[in-house]
Structure formats: C-alpha cells, structure tokens
Design a protein around this ligand. Structure first.
Ligand SMILES: Cc1cc2nc3c(=O)[nH]c(=O)nc-3n(C[C@H](O)[C@H](O)[C@H](O)COP(=O)(O)OP(=O)(O)OC[C@H]3O[C@@H](n4cnc5c(N)ncnc54)[C@H](O)[C@@H]3O)c2cc1C
Length: 494
C-alpha cells in the first residue's frame, strides 16, 4: 500500500503527528505494535502551549482543564506520610515569579496519558488518519524517492511505501538505532519501580499540593482521577510488600486500596545528535528522552515536535514549499530539546542526586512554554545574539517566536487567526494589498503593540503560529518586500 507519511509508534508523539498531519489534509498511516495504550499512565500534565495546539484542531472542549496553577506544576512537599506531618515545600530554583499577563487562551489539559492517547487517536481517525493498532514495523529502507517499510498485523507481513517516515517509536527507538544516530546527554540515571493504585484520598488534595516525597518510602503523586502512583526503589516487591508501602505512604490502614498495576522505568536523559536522516524524522522520546520534571518537558515537547514537523511535511507534500523546508525541523527542534535537557539539570528538579545543579541560566516556564526562539532559514531576523527563551512580553513580536496571544473578539484570540496557512498581521490598506498580491491571508489586528509594531508595520506568521518575519515600517514597495520574505522563509515554490 501507499501513503504520504508513515508514522511508526502510537504513543503521544506519533498519535499527535497523525492528528496534526490528518488535520492538514495529509494522507497519513500510523502503525503501533500494541493493541491500545498502556494501562499504566506516565504523563498527566499537558501545558497550555499543547492546549493551544489542541485548540487549533478543535479539541479543546473534549479535554478537562489542567489542575496546575497557571500551568506551573503541582506543588510538592516532603512529608512523613500523606496524612502525617508535612515539612518543607520544594520549589523551583528560584521560584518562578507569577505574571499578571494572560499569555494564552488555553489552560492546559489535565488528563492521564492512558486517557489522552485514545482521545487523540479518535480525533486523528475522525480526520482521516489510517491508524493500525497491533501492527508492528519489522524493517525499513529509504531511497531518493521514499521509504519502504515491512509491517505485520494479524496476518502476513506486507509492504508500505511512503514519501516520508516519522519515527515516534519511543526512547529505545529501533529506527534511530538502525540509522546510527547517537545521543548526547546525561545518559542512564536510575531505574524506578512504581505501583498504580486506586484509593479514596481526594480530601488530601485540597490545598493544591499534589506531589509528596515520603520519608523512607518513595514519591507519591496522583493522576487526579482517583488513581495514585507510588514510585519506589528498583527491586522486586510482592503484593503484600506493595500494600505495606502504600499504607506507610498514606499513613492510614483503614482505606480500601485497589492495586491496578505496577511499572518499571528507566530514567535517562539524552538528545539525538540529528533529528532527521533523509526522509526519516525522529519525534518525541525517539528524538529526546527527558526525565520527568516540573517543566513538563517529556510528552509536551514531543507533541510540539509533531506539530512543528506536520505543517512542514504538509507544505512540501502539497507543493507549496521546497523540500529544504524540512531541514528546518532539526534546526528548530533539536536546540529546544537540548535547552530542556539543560533546564532540567540547572533547575535542580530532583535529578541532581548528590550533585550541584548545572551552572546555566534559568528560564522560567512562561519562557519555556510560550517564549522559545527558533533560528532557521524559515525565520528572518533571529540573530545568534538573542537568548534561546524569554517571556512573550520580553520578545514583543520577535521573529522566531510564537505569535502573541491577545483577545481580538469575544472568545477569539489572535492565535485563532493562525494555523491554516501563512498570515500577514497588520492594520494598513497597503499591507492588505501586499498580502493579496503575495497570496498570503491578511488579518487586521488593532492591538499591534503586542507584535512590537505601529500601524505602519506588519508581521508574517507561519502556519504553525510562529512569526517568520516582520517589518516595523511601511516600505516603498510592501508587496515586493513581503513577497521576498514569504518566498524565502517558506522555501516557496511560487
Ligand atoms: C514515570 C514517568 C512519568 C512521566 N510523566 C510525564 C509528565 O507528567 N509530563 C510529561 O510531559 N512527560 C512525562 N513523562 C514522559 C512521557 O511519558 C514521554 O515523553 C512520552 O510518553 C513519550 O511519548 P512517545 O510517543 O515519544 O513515546 P512512547 O510513548 O514510548 O511511544 C512509542 C510507541 O512506539 C511503539 N513502537 C515502537 N517500535 C515499534 C514498531 N517497530 N512498530 C510499531 N510500533 C512501535 C511502542 O509500542 C510505543 O507505543 C513521564 C515518563 C515517565 C517514565
């Protein structure tokens, strides 16, 4: 069979890739070797930037909002037990200063991974993605024109020929290994066991604290739906031993506890040294394994990879952009993964066991979620002198950053103007005419100050909602200037 994009792996990154590609009208097929999601969730918090991406594909109303205060992670304390004495609260280093600015129309999503994956999968299918569960990719090869994969479901192995392949096959990524792509980072850190259980403990969550470092037991947290997870050292536990650990962690032995399942997790950190090889692109944990942190840098970053890649693949496949645009996937996303890796260890986020935090500048979550800077040929005017992340108001419409949010009507954000194609944001008839001539959608926005513009200026926004270019003045020939900027940043074929 033939498909435009073959996605291998139906975790959060792969399913998001299928969703974003299908939403852009791309013929996409996904293969996942398991019949469904793992019953033991890992991620639970999805930040507001991911909320924005899901809002764009019309999913926001299907998803429960995040329990995180302003997207800043659940509070964590060290405690004798859940019901016992609580000691110091562990903060960011330094604690993030809360901003009064409303950065986003979205709140983020508070749903456990085993529920999130099927929601994304259903939406991807609804949009036309061909999702084949219980189907394993056995081997692959690529040539100048495409990728050939052999996959197997219930029956005989068969061949899938695709223009491109997205390797979202998890942290061990057999595809990455077969391509000989190495990784850089801390590497293996430790192995943990976990027990997932259900218990009526809701009353202990009232003060907003949701993570508990229990002395002499382990780390206790909740998925917010009656399910809790206790992380333990790496050794075999019998069921009575697990129950005893749970009772000690809770500090009460009079509750009904249902053990759901157990897990064993390798915690490691590494970023692939290349995110692509020919027609194959790594996304999610295949590209970067980042240990659980209070920045939400695991699954969230993988979903953002998928989003960055999807519009580029769509633009190249439909002939609007030359294939060089795809080179910017590695150039834009790899530094983001490296920055997340650095922040996890610089923030002293619980992973520097017995060692000092890494000496590196700290960027708070407003900067990390909404203010990442891309520097690539798909952005004009993002120089090396600029920091890798800042808060949106510090960027003030800098090309290479996410276009800022401001309400432009009841329930309508500037972000709702983007994502379907390239958009020129301005408030001047000459720019409107220029946009028409360049074949770019025009959006009149009165609040140009958040884009760092006066009424003479204009910003060109890419189809992922990032600013590609801006002109702070009205040039003599806006049409020609815009056409050149559009053609260059989009690797345009026209
Ligand atoms: C304990 C724990 C807690 C975490 N908590 C958070 C959190 O709160 N927030 C957060 O953002 N992140 C968190 N993470 C990280 C997050 O879970 C991962 O980043 C995310 O699940 C990775 O998704 P993925 O789709 O890239 O990979 P995976 O979920 O590993 O999916 C890869 C998929 O590829 C499939 N596959 C592999 N090879 C083949 C093949 N040959 N053919 C077909 N299918 C194949 C696998 O079956 C698998 O389903 C946590 C991780 C752990 C371990």
């Amino acid at each position: 069979m033939k498909t435009s994009v073959l996605v291998v792996g139906g975790g959060l990154a792969g399913t998001s890739a299928a969703l974003f590609l299908a939403w852009r009208g791309v013929d996409v097929t996904l293969v996942e070797k398991h019949p469904g999601s793992s019953p033991h969730p890992r991620a639970v918090g999805f930040n507001a930037r991911v909320g924005e991406l899901l809002r764009a594909v019309g999913m926001e109303d299907r998803l429960p909002p995040s329990r995180m205060t302003k997207g800043f992670g659940v509070r964590r304390v060290r405690a004798e037990s859940l019901v016992g004495k609580r000691f110091d609260e562990t903060f960011w280093t330094p604690p993030a200063e809360l901003s009064d600015i409303e950065y986003s129309p979205s709140t983020g999503v508070g749903v456990a991974q085993d529920r999130m994956e099927p929601i994304l999968r259903d939406k991807a299918r609804e949009l036309g993605a061909d999702i084949r569960m219980s189907t394993r990719m056995l081997e692959f090869s690529q040539d100048a024109d495409g990728v050939t994969a052999i996959v197997q479901g219930d029956g005989e192995p068969y061949e899938i020929r695709a223009d491109y392949l997205v390797a979202a096959d998890g942290h061990r990524s057999p595809i990455r290994e077969a391509l000989g792509i190495t990784r850089t980072g801390r590497g293996y850190m430790h192995t943990s066991r976990s027990v997932l259980f259900r218990a009526p403990l809701q009353e202990y969550l009232k003060d907003g604290i949701g993570q508990f470092v229990i002395d002499d037991v382990g780390f206790l947290t909740t998925y917010g739906d009656g399910r809790w997870v206790l992380m333990l050292d790496d050794r075999e536990y019998t069921e009575p031993e697990l129950r005893e650990k749970i009772v000690r962690a809770i500090g009460r032995d009079d509750l009904e506890i249902e053990i759901i399942t157990t897990g064993r997790w390798t915690i490691s950190a590494g970023v692939a040294d290349r995110f692509s090889a020919g027609r194959i692109f790594l996304a999610g944990d295949a590209a970067h394994t980042l240990p659980p942190s209070r920045g939400g840098f695991g699954a969230n970053v993988g979903i953002e990879d998928a989003h960055n890649l999807a519009w580029k693949l769509a633009a190249v496949l439909n002939g609007e952009s030359r294939p060089e645009l795809l080179d910017t996937y590695d150039v834009e996303r790899r530094p983001v993964a490296s920055l997340c890796h650095q922040q996890i260890f610089a923030r002293n986020d619980g992973h520097n066991r017995g060692t000092d935090p890494e000496d590196a500048p700290l960027y708070d979550n407003y900067a990390m979620h909404y203010g990442i800077l891309y520097r690539s040929s798909a952005v004009l005017g993002a120089g090396e002198e600029l920091p890798p992340a800042q808060r949106p108001e510090q960027w003030n419409g800098q090309p290479g950053t996410r276009a800022p949010h401001v309400w432009v009507g009841p329930g309508k954000s500037t972000l709702d103007l983007f994502q379907r194609g390239w958009v020129l944001v301005a408030d001047h008839p000459e720019w409107e005419e220029a946009a028409q001539q360049a074949g770019v959608q025009y959006e009149r926005v009165e609040q140009l100050d958040v884009f760092g513009l006066s009424e003479k200026g204009a910003s060109l926004v890419r189809s992922d909602g990032y600013i590609a270019w801006r002109s702070t003045d009205l040039p003599n020939d806006p049409s020609e200037v815009l056409r050149a900027a559009f053609s260059s940043s989009s690797a345009g074929t026209r």
